[in-house]
Write a protein that binds this ligand. Structure first.
Ligand code: MN
Length: 231
């Protein structure tokens, strides 16, 4: 095969304890999936169906290998969102809630880094969130723990500190829409494919980081990542 230009690299994540790596296809993200975060964003945490947005594959950074991210351009309000990350191993469409977890390859801890000023400006103008959410190097994600090894956690502490100070602290049992429900709903709109990533939403406590800050995010039983923001 001859390409007209250099093809984009395949972005991959580490798999804990294994040699093979997980190739990232698409990144789907759930909006406002913890009630206390919905409230801090000025929205009612009513149980409307979950909504989704996307990040490009080149948003993903293997946080096992790369422990820094650049401070991105065109923002003065760069926010952390610590999230439970789900990796899809088996694709499908119109997946039932009962069958959904069988499509999961594994779980990881990740950050949905957000240019909050751009996101809210777009939101308030009725425009797409794209430049607030969907940009390169905006999703550091740690090593995947395989569901075959750890099962499907439904409760676990999820935390983030910045320079050692607590910023976000909750439990994944507070997800408004469970992992299985998110997969089922998403698959009604788009056939899921192996390699897809689902970021399940962030709990309350989102806030800004600046160059020099070090974030440590963790989900109990799944892992921990440490990411420093560079100038
Ligand atoms: Mn998020």
């Amino acid at each position: 095969m001859k390409y007209a230009v250099e093809p984009a690299p395949i972005h991959t994540l580490a798999v804990a304890g294994r040699e093979e790596r997980f190739p990232v296809n698409r990144v789907f993200c759930v909006g406002r999936n913890y009630a206390a975060h919905a409230r801090e964003m000025g929205k009612d945490p009513d149980r409307e169906p979950p909504f989704f947005f996307m990040k490009p594959a080149n948003a993903v950074i293997d946080a096992e290998r790369t422990r820094t991210i650049p401070y991105p351009p065109q923002t003065k309000n760069f926010h952390h969102e610590i999230e439970l990350v789900v990796a899809i191993g088996t694709g499908g469409r119109d997946i039932s809630v009962a069958e959904a977890l069988a499509h999961v390859y594994g779980y990881a801890v990740g950050l949905d880094m957000t240019r909050r000023d751009l996101q809210l400006d777009a939101r308030d103008k009725g425009r797409p969130w794209e430049f607030g959410k969907s940009f390169a190097l905006s999703a550091p994600i740690g090593a995947l723990k395989r569901a075959a090894d750890i099962g499907h956690p439904s409760s676990a502490a999820i935390t983030l500190t910045v320079n050692g100070q607590p910023r976000q602290s909750s439990d994944i049992d507070k997800l408004i829409w469970s992992v299985a429900e998110c997969i089922a709903e998403l698959s009604r709109f788009e056939a899921l494919e192996p390699g897809d990533i689902l970021m399940t939403g962030t709990p309350e406590g989102v806030n800004a980081v600046v160059a020099g800050d070090t974030m440590v995010g963790a989900v109990d039983g799944i892992g921990q990542i440490e990411v420093r923001v560079e100038g």
